[in-house]
Design a protein. Structure first.
Ligand SMILES: Cc1cc2nc3c(=O)[nH]c(=O)nc-3n(C[C@H](O)[C@H](O)[C@H](O)COP(=O)(O)OP(=O)(O)OC[C@H]3O[C@@H](n4cnc5c(N)ncnc54)[C@H](O)[C@@H]3O)c2cc1C
Length: 445
């Protein structure tokens, strides 16, 4: 087992003091596993992937499903992200995708990612989940005049190649409908795009899954999986669950410990969020901050932000490379400085919340959905920080593999199959450090 980060970040038993936790009633009634069980399918991980998969298995296919979550329900990244529903889940340019996968698969990939956005929205509606859905599109903002050309090209490509509705705004136009500040030199919008309270969505999904019949156990970390005569023994809290099929839905929090064939494939990258106190109307107006849509500043080391319904400002960025509580605090101070450089009229505004979590990056730079050869182990991970869009949809897609004898899914091949393992996996953070230094250099203008 490789421990890439400080243990602080893997304290499953410790609730994360996110802003979202302050918006809900934190008590829930999910049990902790304290007895042996038999189940046809066990889902490991209680984020959007695991819950959506478990819910579909029970509701659409009438399966017998147990879900095990190491923390409390809502502990993982699904309960603490920024709530942006963006496209696409890839850290690769369209040009590279065309070259690597061809036009047809790339078009299908974009079609699937739009399905992902619509899927997330549709289950919010279908299950009546009150999760403060806001916005009708996403904005990408040029941080410097030299980025505006890229924005225009991207808007054109999205429209022409993928039929996505886009609109370009000059700096002056965006000032009228979006915001001002020091890093706004024009923008584009695309649809679909929106934002949610991620934890309310997660809790609503868990409640729906539980009511449909998924047996959910929290504070039940899986510590070992043994294969005996083609079936599996899952060990958690010193109890054993015998099962026929397993779903790996642990994404960025996977510690290279229980699925040897899936080890060393994920580079968990820390992502941090800070949230201000509620801004006054004057403060909001001082930067013409009008929009409730999610906004992405498209620096190579990108950051993102949005105004919340109680007028607090959320600002997110890549995190540190250590993972301790101390390094997280230090990072949040740097982010506060960065946010105030971009929006200088808020220099006196306090930060009320800061926290972080892990996103999963892989050598494929796109998600991985599938089944292990010679095993009844199914996986879905590597959303490249786009899980609100992708994880619920991917969890639902995965069920089609689990319940049928088919070995294939009718989705773009960009999503399918495993990434290659990282060479010298202990050096993963070193690779990240080098990539970050390169991006920082590219962002100098
Ligand atoms: C700070 C931050 C901001 C982000 N912002 C956005 C955003 O705005 N938009 C967006 O689309 N995406 C965002 N993301 C990414 C997004 O949150 C993830 O892609 C998504 O939540 C992944 O869902 P998941 O269910 O696969 O994983 P998770 O939600 O992380 O769930 C995995 C679960 O597995 C559990 N687990 C791990 N090991 C075990 C084990 N051995 N036994 C039992 N359980 C285990 C973990 O406790 C965890 O709860 C952000 C992530 C972070 C950290």
């Amino acid at each position: 087992m490789t421990n890439l980060y400080h243990e602080d970040i893997y304290k499953f038993e410790k609730p994360v003091k996110s802003y979202w936790e302050s918006t809900i009633d934190t008590d829930n009634n999910y049990k902790t596993l304290d007895t042996n069980f038999n189940a046809n399918i066990v889902v490991i991980g209680g984020g959007y992937t695991g819950l959506s998969c478990a819910l579909s298995l029970v509701k659409k296919h009438n399966e017998d499903v147990v879900l095990l979550e190491a923390g409390h329900i809502g502990w993982g990244s699904s309960g603490r992200n920024a709530g942006f529903c963006c496209i696409p889940p890839a850290k690769m340019s369209v040009k590279k995708m065309f070259k690597k996968y061809g036009r047809t698969e790339t078009k299908k990939f974009f079609q699937n990612t739009i399905e992902g956005s619509n899927f997330t929205k549709s289950i919010i509606k279908e299950y009546n989940i009150d999760c403060d859905l806001t916005g009708d599109s996403n904005f990408e903002v040029a941080p410097h005049p030299s980025y505006f050309e890229n924005i225009k090209e991207e808007a054109e490509k999205y429209k022409k190649e993928f039929g996505i509705e886009t609109k370009v705004f000059t700096r002056e136009e965006f000032n009228e409908i979006g915001h001002g500040g020091n890093e706004q030199f024009g923008a584009m919008s695309y649809k679909p795009g929106f934002a949610i309270n991620p934890l309310k969505f997660l809790i609503g999904l868990a409640k729906t899954a539980n009511q449909a019949g998924v047996k959910i156990f929290q504070k039940s970390k899986v510590t070992k999986i043994e294969k005996v005569n083609g079936k599996y023994k899952i060990i958690s809290n010193n109890q054993i669950i015998n099962t026929n099929k397993i779903v790996m839905a642990t994404n960025g929090f996977y510690k290279d410990d229980i699925f040897p064939k899936l080890n060393n494939m994920i580079l968990p990258v820390i992502s941090n969020i800070i949230i201000t106190r509620p801004l006054t109307d004057d403060e909001i107006q001082s930067h013409n901050f009008i929009t409730n849509n999610p906004v992405l500043n498209i620096r190579n080391l990108l950051f993102y932000y949005r105004l919340l319904k109680d007028k607090r400002f959320l600002f997110g960025a890549r995190g540190d490379l250590i993972g301790s509580e101390e390094s997280s605090l230090e990072k949040s101070k740097q982010m506060e400085k960065q946010m105030k450089n971009v929006f200088p009229n808020w220099s006196d505004v306090n930060i009320d919340f800061h926290w972080r979590g892990l996103v999963a990056v892989t050598t494929k730079f796109s998600p991985s959905i599938g089944k292990l050869d010679d095993d009844e182990i199914y996986y879905s991970f590597g959303y490249q920080a786009n899980g609100v869009n992708t994880a619920p949809w991917a969890g639902n897609e995965l069920t089609k593999l689990i319940v049928s004898n088919s070995k294939d899914l009718n989705i773009s091949k960009i999503y399918k199959g495993l990434p290659s393992k990282f060479p010298f996996p202990k050096l993963r953070l070193f690779y990240l450090r080098v990539a970050l230094a390169y991006y920082k250099f590219k962002d100098k203008y």
